[in-house]
Design a protein around this ligand. Structure first.
Ligand SMILES: Cc1cc2nc3c(=O)[nH]c(=O)nc-3n(C[C@H](O)[C@H](O)[C@H](O)COP(=O)(O)OP(=O)(O)OC[C@H]3O[C@@H](n4cnc5c(N)ncnc54)[C@H](O)[C@@H]3O)c2cc1C
Length: 436
């Protein structure tokens, strides 16, 4: 393959964005070294060994609208390895479980009064259309939804439901974020899960990068990034230095700030965003729960605010016959919950899951694991579309490809692959950086 003229590129971070960037660069004939700090690729989509299986630490699924990701899977010969299934949604409010999929479900949804149920149904059907042509990027989610649904629906249902994602700050997030999500998923949605799990996709990406001459290094945490003579200078453990014509960082912006040297840090965009992290507990159960893929849990005495049941999506084979349920709570990495010991979280959340499901007995819980991630996505401020940092850090060989760059798209493997493509196209066109 002919080498492209943007020389050798180092990609920092081996999550989906880094893997997809390296894959696209190799396809364009560019020399690539990918540096991943941990001992596994996949980032937030990574996995752990459970008995003789590999299981994702955080729940993941593919949506039929994930065009960038599906294209990439096509390149890897994995498009047909996605099994698609219709999935349904439940809702637990004040400890009571409800199906939440059809008009009839809504009519029977007693946490809301009859008029509010009707209004909820009508507005929900029209919501996507109602957002068209509005400046939702500069409209607070709370202002938009309160206006449409009314105070009671906002306070009883929507604030706790969507607040689960961004905590108390949810009302301030641009309504555009929610509007984009409506385009991606609904209550009854067809979802996909890769045969062999996400590990199969990650392994195929690595194989493709290496087959194209790229280098993939694990256990290679980047400690410093600087610029010397217009080239990137990347320092690893043991003072090993790697130089490159360009470097693409997929690290969350706060992590990048920690490794950028003073000169480079001064050139980084001055965008300081709070980030949400997540705590996930995985329950391997001997019996299924409700059969709903997604169930928000509202005001029910639990610290987790939602459950994802994998059985309707992936069956029980990937989990040695067990029913895998993820319980999640999005939270700040400084919160007491995030800082708490995994075993304590596992014990308390198990008790909460049992209390929520009186039919579930302690002996039905075969195993529990807890995983945390400090950076899932930024809490976007109003008007973020015009404040979103550019991909190219001017005057340097550094390009940014992070979750802070995918907005207003939903943070997902799909948007990360789309971003990777944008970054590679930018690299191909961007003039050489001014020497530093
Ligand atoms: C609970 C949860 C559920 C989700 N559900 C879905 C879903 O259903 N579908 C979907 O498509 N998406 C889902 N997502 C979102 C998706 O996982 C992310 O959007 C995507 O993985 C982000 O990829 P990334 O490569 O940008 O970042 P990351 O995955 O965070 O990758 C960054 C990588 O950089 C590495 N790194 C960090 N510091 C250094 C360093 N100093 N040196 C070298 N390497 C370093 C990290 O180890 C990591 O591998 C979910 C996320 C979470 C947390």
């Amino acid at each position: 393959m002919r080498r492209a003229d943007h020389g050798h590129v180092v990609v920092v971070g081996g999550g989906i964005c880094g893997l997809a960037t390296a894959h696209e660069l190799v396809r364009a004939g560019t020399g690539v070294t990918l540096l991943e700090g941990s001992d596994q690729l996949g980032g937030l989509g990574t996995f752990f060994a459970w008995r003789d299986r590999w299981v994702e630490r955080f729940y993941h699924c593919v949506m039929p609208t994930d065009d960038h990701l599906l294209d990439l899977l096509g390149d890897l010969g994995l498009r047909d390895a996605i099994a698609w299934r219709p999935t349904r949604m439940g809702m637990v409010v004040d400890g009571r479980a409800f199906p939440f999929n059809t008009a009839l479900d809504l009519l029977k949804f007693t946490p809301l009064g009859v008029l509010d149920r009707l209004r909820f149904g009508a507005v929900s059907v029209l919501l996507r259309r109602l957002g068209r042509g509005k400046d939702l990027d500069r409209t607070r989610t709370e202002d938009w939804l309160r206006g449409l649904y009314g105070d009671r629906v906002w306070e009883l249902l929507l604030a706790p439901l969507f607040g689960a994602k961004f905590g108390a700050r949810f009302g301030d997030v641009p309504a555009l974020y929610l509007w984009q999500r409506l385009g991606r998923e609904g209550a009854v949605s067809v979802r996909g899960y890769p045969d062999g799990g996400y590990r199969a996709v990650i392994d195929a990406l690595r194989a493709s990068i290496e087959a194209g001459g790229g280098v993939v290094r694990l256990d290679a945490p980047v400690r410093r990034i600087g610029v010397t003579g217009g080239r990137a200078r990347i320092t690893l453990d043991g003072d090993e230095v790697v130089t490159a014509d360009r470097v693409v960082s997929t690290l969350p912006l706060p992590s990048l700030r920690q490794v950028a040297d003073d000169d480079l840090a001064a050139r980084l965009p001055d965008v300081r965003l709070p980030y949400q992290g997540v705590v996930n507990a995985l329950f391997f159960l001997r019996r299924p729960l409700s059969g709903h893929y997604w169930t928000p849990v509202v005001r029910s005495g639990t610290e987790f605010d939602g459950l994802i049941q994998m059985t309707p999506l992936a069956g029980v084979d990937p989990y040695d016959g067990r029913h895998l349920v993820y319980a999640m709570r999005y939270t700040d990495r400084e919160s007491a919950l995030f800082q708490e010991d995994d075993a304590a979280v596992a014990a308390r959340w198990t008790a909460q899951l049992l209390a929520l499901h009186p039919g579930l007995r302690h002996e039905d819980v075969d195993d529990v694991r807890v995983f945390k991630a400090p950076f899932v996505e930024p809490v976007y401020p109003l008007g973020y579309s015009s404040r979103r940092p550019p991909v190219v850090v001017a005057g340097t060989p550094l390009l940014l490809a992070t979750t802070a760059h995918v907005y207003p798209d939903v943070t997902s493997w799909n948007s990360s692959v789309g971003l990777a493509r944008r970054v590679v196209a930018t690299l191909a066109q961007a003039p050489q950086p001014v020497p530093g």
